[in-house]
Design a protein around this ligand. Sequence first.
Ligand SMILES: [Zn+2]
Length: 457
Amino acid sequence: MQLWFEQALLPDGWRADVRVTVEQGRIAQVRSGVAPAPADERHGPAIPGLANVHSHAFQRGMAGLAERAAGEEAAGGGADGFWTWRDAMYRFVDRLDPEGLNAIAALAYIEMLESGFTRVGEFHYLHHDRDGRPYADRAAMSHAIAEAARISGIALTLLPVFYAHSGFGGIAPADGQRRFIHDLDGYAILMEGAGKALAGLEGAVLGVAPHSLRAVTSEELLQVAALRPHDPVHIHIAEQMAEVEACLEWSGQSPVEWLFDHAPVGSRWCLIHATHVTGEELDRIARSQAVVGLCPITEANLGDGLFPARAFLDKGGRMAIGSDSNVEIDAPGELRLLEYGQRLYHRSRNLLASGPGQSTGASLWRASRQGGAQALGAEAPAIAPGVPADIVAFRADDVAFTGRLGDAILDSWIFAGGKAMVDTVWRHGVKRVSEGRHVARPAIEARYRRTLGACRD
Ligand SMILES: [Zn+2]
């Protein structure tokens, strides 16, 4: 297959008139400054795909269902927030079976591809049947996720979640959590099944995910992380002030301090959110080379708070982005809100640019590309020979690109035109999105509508 792009972001920067040869899913040759041959497929500006490091695919089905003010009975009798949202999520979860999960995940994954993501890290915690008993195949829900990745074509890093407790110090799980719960033996069986679910799925990676410090004991945390010693470890951490306070009360330490004192955190770790952290904690995270997985749209939707991204990057910290609750699936939107949060807080502009005169969009994109690949245990996508052909091409005729060259294309995508500018997406050399729509969207959408109709209150 021969593709030709009017501009493309190569490893050493933007080049014009770029011809890319793709063979068996990988890029075989890249040449710039060449005219298209008559048979070449011609496209507008192109960039490598981006990784979405944190998704709970099923939550796509409840997008828009938790935007109503809580009643008097709101958790703790106080403010509406993460914990009231979580109650709504638990009610939604009650109705899903593997078929329903598959239908919702397939929709979430095609929307990710349509917005410019080519790999997803699925932080997958919905494992058991409605009554909390394991399915006959304990990995039935993992199969549903793997199948959704196969149908959509998105690359999958599956992170089966270990969840055993409802609070710090090994407190027994709550009824609403019955579909998530494992002991270590059950989790080992799940991991074996999850490995089978990924068999034959191109580019798939299997990692582990101790849910949070609320949900595991120190011994469980170490055992789960040791199950796959070279693969990604993802954990939710310090997302909520209530969680930080509960951890302090339990251990005398904040969640990040506790984690670093009790686990060998290093470059295969991804700390999801890490919203409420001190300067010293940022130092420790940056030194460890772990990636912080930021989910700006979800963190804004849940009222979590703001990660000190500028300070973290100044310390050499590594970051990536995720769509988490999937209330909105939008790769450039996540990057935009990441920057805007910092602007609103610091009352200044271009805060996450990598240096004077640097493009903010390009800086955000480059950091997320590198951190995302590291966190998901995958090769960083590139328009370069030998790399999987995971490519996002924008609409050549989009008015927002008028007169835009080089990094101004990324700035115009992230800050102006947004995800509607995506035209074509190839994943492993297969065209999955054409004219902004996933090629299988009609069938996947129809199945999603049927499933969600059955899930309604
Ligand atoms: Zn999450």
